[in-house]
Ligand binder design. Structure first.
Ligand code: ADP
Ligand code: MG
Length: 709
């Protein structure tokens, strides 16, 4: 019945059906049912004039018109009526249709009026009110909560007004008798005390009152999120049971020696917990696909390193891929240091590795002499073949796409040794790390096929970074502050934006800035490094190394240093034109300081002209250091559409739920989806009949099996 084409609904002719299809994507009865109102006009409440607030709200009032007059204005005239109840007076205003109004409105008779209230010059007014004589109002039957459907002016101009939708919706309820097949299991319905499907659908379109409307919304949002979560979790389950991984059965000498003798510091509890989670994955028979989220400076690198040791202990190779050359070099140096007493062979491969280095690397990778390879996306080239890659780690996942992840999959060892010709590989375990946390609720929807670990604790002894906002006009004071910090032996970053479209102008800003800094901080007292995208990689690296070694005091750079760079002695981060950076970028940049024991500072320099969004970003940065909190604000400012991965995941096509506002419902939907699948992964029990049926109807069932084959 619900699959009936919309043309068959009484009152929908071929023309309207066409419009509904084209304009609103409504092809069937079902689609119409799922056209949910954006909002409702609450006509259950009556206001008194003295209760009106200056908030532009839509209100309903009972009163009488005591006089009507024409008022001349620039063009033409307007009609103004004085409207009165027992608490005060206000104005009703018409700019059009004045003749009809004059002739038909009755003075001194009770009316029910409805509309938006304006406040001007001490008087409340309502332009073009919806009005009805009180006696008629009482006779007419209608839902007191009037639904407003998502139709635009364009729709209206083509004849799909709110009233039309309302009418055909009523017709649909008549024809279907308002009975709709239940789509959730009796258990869930009774546990959550949900409305039945029919009650929910009725009350979403024709709410009896606020309470029932709220219940209907909850039920339908829950249902929508439940099936998305069901799909994601099922994908993950099938993945785990189908995709065999390389079992790392033992904790061996590398890991144990490192843990007992060379660990440079005590691991935080969060690091320990995450390592345990990874260890469990690696020891199971399934392939690990794990996302490690941890704020900047939370210590993801050591977790990555120790995971690699587990691979080595089981006779496998490991690799670590980072998005930039600088970061790869830094990882390489850092890991060399961590492993220097362990007799591990480790190499670096980047775009600037020369031919003989490459040859050497290719050879030692293939014959298994090389244990660990670190590098940029140069690792992904076809020529890079491992003897037996067991673990691939991707740092700063947000810089890479899903494709890169899957390229790494293919670099694993062949499926079985007897079958060397087979091109299919056993995928290595995959760990992706990101310091751009996305709120957990969103992560659940977007990366539902990844397991998630979170390092939610910073190493001890870190002092919170102090962040302040300064205007360009205060630059001299900022320079004085820099000088003091350098005198104390600290190092300083000064970062300029470099945004593709205006590259040349940005480049000029950077160079101008650099010159003025050189002027204010002259050699030989001060040494300054500069790093930007137009330099050769070798030069960049040279400058970077000088700064890392402490040979230079100030690093002037574009955002190339945004990701991962670790110089614990740097204690001040100055961000020029901070209003031009996004929140997650600002947070990443700030994360370059505060890595040592010293008090660190972040100074956000801006002009005086700030948009309200920029203000909010700057204000947020000054208020908190918490990456997850910042990610929430970012999400609220930008919407989920801008966040990596959301595009593919379907979470943006939600019909009624809202990822930002309905976090709690999402959480609960995920909980129940998990619970159902834990007990009955194939959804074959009688209890889950409705769920399986609905799931198939949604067309998602097939997708999943496609995904696997
Ligand atoms: P991120 O998570 O941003 O990649 P890193 O792994 O670069 O962070 O770690 C940041 C700094 O904190 C490094 O200097 C690292 O040596 C140090 N560190 C990591 N874990 C700990 C710990 N448990 N105790 C003390 N210092 C730590
Ligand atoms: Mg890092």
């Amino acid at each position: 019945m619900l699959q009936t084409p919309i043309d068959y609904l009484k009152g929908v002719g071929p023309n309207r059906a066409d419009l509904l299809r084209k304009e609103l994507g409504i092809h069937t009865y079902q689609d119409l049912i799922n056209l949910f109102p954006n909002r409702y006009l609450d006509r259950t409440q009556y206001y008194k004039i003295h209760q009106l607030q200056r908030n532009n709200a839509e209100v309903q009032i009972v009163g009488q018109i005591i006089n009507i007059k024409e008022v001349a204005q620039k063009r033409g005239k307007r009609l103004v009526a004085t409207f009165k109840d027992d608490t005060g007076t206000m104005e009703l205003i018409w700019f059009r249709g004045q003749k009809w109004i004059r002739e038909n409105l009755k003075l001194n008779k009770p009316y029910v009026i409805f509309g938006k209230v304006n406040w001007f010059n001490g008087v409340f007014s309502m332009p073009h009110p919806d009005m009805e004589l009180k006696e008629d109002h009482e006779k007419n039957l209608r839902s007191a909560m009037q639904p407003i459907y998502p139709s635009t002016e364009k729709h209206a101009n083509r004849g799909i007004t709110n009233r039309v939708i309302n009418k055909i919706m009523q017709q649909l309820f008549l024809e279907t008798k308002g009975r709709f097949v239940e789509s959730l299991s009796p258990n869930i319905i009774s546990e959550l005390k949900l409305l039945s499907k029919s009650e929910a659908v009725l009350n979403i379109h024709f709410p009896k009152n606020q309470a029932l409307l709220a219940q209907a919304q909850f039920r339908l949002k829950f249902e929508e999120l439940f099936y998305i979560q069901l799909q994601l979790i099922l994908k993950n389950l099938i993945h785990k049971s189908k995709i065999k991984g390389l079992p790392f059965t033992q904790v061996g000498t590398y890991f144990i020696t490192f843990y007992k003798e060379h660990l440079p510091f005590e691991l935080t509890n969060a690091q320990k917990r995450v390592l345990k989670e990874i260890r469990q994955d690696l020891g199971s028979n399934a392939q690990m696909n794990r996302l490690l989220q941890g704020d900047v400076g939370s210590g993801k690198t050591i977790v990555a390193f120790m995971s690699m040791l587990m691979a080595l202990d089981n006779g496998f190779q490991a690799c670590l891929m980072a998005p930039t050359e600088i970061l790869s070099v830094q990882h390489y140096n850092g890991l060399l240091e961590l492993s220097n007493k362990l007799n591990i062979s480790m190499k670096l491969l980047t775009g600037s590795s020369n031919t003989s280095e490459r040859k050497e690397i290719h050879k030692s990778l293939e014959n298994g002499e090389l244990d660990i390879l670190i590098g940029t996306h140069a690792l992904l080239e076809d020529k890079v073949k491992f003897k037996n890659l067991g673990l691939a780690i991707i740092d700063e996942q947000h810089r890479f796409g899903v494709e890169q992840r899957s390229k790494l999959w293919k670099k694993g060892p062949p499926k079985s040794s007897q079958n060397e010709t087979s091109s299919s590989a056993t995928p290595p375990h995959i760990l992706v790390m990101t310091a751009t946390p996305i709120p957990r609720t969103l992560a659940m929807s977007v990366y539902g096929d990844l397991d998630i670990s979170v390092i939610d604790e910073l190493p001890p002894g870190r002092q919170a970074i102090k962040t302040v906002h300064r205007y360009d006009t205060n630059r001299l004071k900022v320079f004085r502050f820099i000088r003091d910090e350098i005198d104390k032996g600290r190092q300083i970053y000064i970062v300029y934006p470099l945004i593709q479209e205006s590259e040349n102008m940005d480049y000029k800003d950077l160079m101008d800035g650099y010159e003025s800094i050189v002027r204010d901080f002259p050699a030989p007292t001060y040494q300054i490094s500069i790093v930007h995208g137009k330099m050769k990689p070798a030069d960049k690296d040279y400058e970077m190394q000088r700064f890392i070694k402490g040979e230079t005091n100030i690093m002037v750079a574009t955002t190339v240093i945004e990701v991962g760079v670790n110089v614990p002695n740097a204690s001040v981060m100055i961000i020029e034109s901070a209003e031009r950076f996004g929140l997650s970028q600002l947070h990443q940049l700030r994360g370059r300081v505060g890595r040592g024991a010293e008090q660190s500072y972040c100074i956000l320099m801006t002009s005086h002209k700030l948009s309200s969004n920029s203000k909010k970003r700057i204000e947020t940065m000054c208020r908190t250091n918490d990456g997850f909190e910042i990610a929430e604000v970012d999400l609220n400012l930008r919407g989920p559409g801008d966040i990596m991965g959301t595009q593919q995941s379907g979470v943006l096509n939600l019909k009624i739920a809202d990822l930002l506002k309905d976090k709690d419902i999402l959480q609960s939907a995920r909980y129940y989806a998990k619970k159902v699948l834990q007990k009955d992964p194939r959804l074959v029990s009688p209890e889950n009949k409705t769920i399986l049926y609905t799931y198939k109807q949604l067309g998602k069932y097939k997708n999943i099996w496609n995904y696997i084959s």
